[in-house]
Design a protein around this ligand. Structure first.
Ligand code: PMP
Length: 360
């Protein structure tokens, strides 16, 4: 099996071990004579897969008992609507922090359903930092505070959490979930599209505190109501069964590696060495304030953007794929989620060094 180092922001690399296990199990899952793809979601085989996956996720994140885990579809983008549809009615108003492209999308969608107050913004700083928590203008009557702990395009990551008192924090953790341990009890809702650190596209994880379920108005479509999915164990309709199964294999892989503490250590090391390579050269640059740099998405520019195509071509020849930056920022972006091995980061750094020496 030839595998490249794929630096895509998502869908992203999955662990080779997981791909291999899925290949072996594909035609006949555990002697059932069926592929997981062919199983009834209500049959005992799939139910066991689903329950195991949820338990493993609960173990990894130490999810408290008063939180429900939902395995949904629609991506993080659907959560941009589901969150206000379920929670905004509590006061008609919510606080949103604006830290980049994904916050902006959440804000735009939130505005359809109520009053959105932008409580903090780093727009004036070119979205190269997280606004100082002491300066946030939080509303006392906000139904929730929405944050994007990791901005996938800008490569900006929160250094911690603001103190919002009794107002629940809703976090779009699409590109940072499972990258290290977190304290779930500090959040009201955590949501994430799976296609970065969890599994294949098509699955969306929502971790929601009990008391935030059941607050949607009657007019909210059943499929967009957290209560529908919580009451039905995420089986109100046909869930994305194969993606759920693969996410379960990823959870087990993380457990085998030592859990989120270990993942956090590896991820910190990978990110630190890549940023050190960027900062240590005058050929590459990253504009994000060092203490707010993402461990998962590392954008960088070359001294001369005219060299971008040549850089990408040489990288691809070495099996370093999908390094082109997001179209809105240009340059390069290396997404180094859990499944990117440290050797992939080392190979990228070696290539960057070689390219800078040749063209610097
Ligand atoms: N939020 C963040 C932080 C993201 O990175 C992405 C996808 N890149 C989204 C939301 C949108 O996710 P989806 O495509 O699953 O709707």
């Amino acid at each position: 099996m030839t595998r490249v180092f794929n630096f895509s922001a998502g869908p992203a690399m999955l662990p080779t071990e997981v791909i291999e296990q899925a290949r072996q199990e594909m035609p006949d899952w555990h002697g059932s004579g069926m592929s997981v793809m062919e199983m009834s979601h209500r049959g005992k085989e799939f139910m066991s897969i689903a329950e195991q996956a949820e338990q493993d996720l609960r173990d990894l994140l130490a999810i408290p008992d008063n939180y429900r885990v939902l395995f949904l579809q629609g991506g993080a983008s659907q959560q941009f609507a589901m969150v206000p549809l379920n929670l905004m009615g509590r006061s008609g108003k919510a606080d949103y922090a604006n830290t980049g492209a994904w916050s902006k999308k959440a804000i735009a969608e939130g505005r359809r359903y109520g009053e959105v107050h932008v409580c903090a913004s780093s727009e004036d700083d070119g979205f190269n930092s997280v606004p100082d928590f002491a300066e946030w203008e939080l509303s006392k009557d906000a139904a929730y505070v929405h944050i994007t702990p990791n901005e996938t395009i800008g490569g900006v990551e929160y250094p911690g959490l603001p103190d919002t008192g009794d107002v629940p924090i809703v976090a779009d953790m699409s590109s940072t979930i499972l990258s290290r341990p977190i304290d779930v009890s500090r959040y009201g809702i955590i949501y994430a599209g799976a296609q970065k650190n969890v599994g294949p596209a098509g699955l969306t994880l929502v971790i929601v505190r009990d008391d935030l379920i059941g607050q949607a108005a009657d007019s909210v479509p059943a499929m967009l109501n957290y209560k529908t999915h919580a009451d039905a164990g995420s089986m109100y309709n046909t869930p994305p069964t194969y993606a759920w199964y693969l996410a379960g294999l990823v959870f087990q892989w993380i457990k085998r590696r030592g859990g989120l503490e270990t993942m956090g250590d590896i991820n910190r090391r990978k990110a630190e060495k890549l940023y050190a390579a960027i900062d240590g050269s005058d050929f590459y640059a990253n504009p994000v304030r060092p203490e707010h740099r993402s461990w998962m998405n590392v954008p960088f520019t070359l001294k001369d953007p005219a060299l971008d195509p040549l850089f990408l071509e040489g990288a691809a020849e070495r099996g370093l794929k999908t390094l082109k930056g997001h179209r809105s920022v240009g340059g390069m972006r290396a997404s180094i989620y859990n499944a990117m091995p440290e050797e992939g980061v080392d190979a990228l750094i070696a290539y960057m060094d070689e390219f800078a020496k040749q063209h610097g």
